[in-house]
Design a protein around this ligand. Structure first.
Ligand code: BTN
Length: 251
């Protein structure tokens, strides 16, 4: 028999995604697995996710009734992380960078790694930098920030995890009733649509162009060299000079 959805709080684990995948059958739909420390946090494209003890949120949301493509889970996870961050720091501007990072101006504050569990399950791993100090952020290989760095104050991690679980469950329920409005909202929060950017595609080739749109399977339509490509994954590099900073500030 399935238990009720809950928050499973671990003091230490290799990776909350690995834990959720390994224990998938025993976990109830809508469970959030959160750890204080990950010894082998995983990022997208086989990267490591820096996971020092008791500084940040490392959590995985278990969805047992969601049809692939994986982008469906990304929508729920990124909107959930965005809501948690906006509620915690109302004066700070956050936005979604395709496919599912949360940025604060030009710095990454949260990343999401979804993994499928066929036939209809997905686990969405969410890392959110909460109390990470500037010295650790500076050692990350891409511009990164945390709630502490943005606001100058420390946040209670347990309440932050509770708030994330509420936001994720709310969007999961909304999505299960009617996916379209959530897709529209997610698309609105992707501020790079229409902007010139550089993309490193799955084959590690760098392409310069413009994102024209995002399709319903989460793919971007990317105009480059007179063609429009459909890309399902890749890394976007923002060209600072081409992205008007006021767009982010006024959002
Ligand atoms: C990215 O590369 O942007 C995705 C990072 C995802 C990190 C989170 S932390 C919780 C969960 N467990 C993991 O091992 N990874 C995800």
């Amino acid at each position: 028999m399935q238990t009720k959805p809950e928050i499973i709080r671990l003091s230490e684990v290799d990776s909350t995604n690995r834990y959720a995948m390994n224990n998938f059958d025993a976990l109830a739909d809508g469970t959030l697995v959160a750890a204080e420390f990950q010894t082998a946090g995983k990022g997208r494209q086989d990267r490591t996710w820096v996971s020092p003890p008791r500084e940040n949120i490392y959590a995985t949301f278990v969805m047992k009734n969601i049809a692939p493509p994986v982008c469906n889970a990304s929508i729920i996870a990124s909107l959930g992380a965005l809501k948690m961050l906006r509620d915690a720091a109302p004066g700070v501007k956050f936005w979604i960078k395709w496919p599912n990072d949360i940025y604060c101006e030009f710095k990454k504050i949260a990343g999401i790694l979804c993994e499928s569990r066929l036939p209809s399950g997905i686990v969405a791993g969410i890392g959110i930098n909460i109390n990470m100090p500037q010295s650790t952020l500076d050692a990350i290989d891409q511009p990164a920030t945390s709630l502490l760095a943005e606001t100058g104050r420390k946040f209670d991690l347990q309440s932050a995890v509770d708030a994330l679980a509420d936001a994720l469950r709310g969007y999961y329920a909304d999505y299960s009733k009617s996916p379209r409005p959530l897709f529209k909202l997610w698309k609105q929060e992707n501020l790079l649509i229409g902007k010139p950017v550089e993309i490193i595609d799955a084959g590690q080739k760098t392409l310069q162009g413009r994102i024209v749109d995002i399709g319903e399977s989460g793919e971007i339509f990317f105009e480059t060299g007179g063609k429009t490509l459909k890309l399902y994954s890749g890394d976007i590099r923002i060209r600072k000079e081409s992205l008007d900073e006021t767009v982010l500030r006024e959002h």
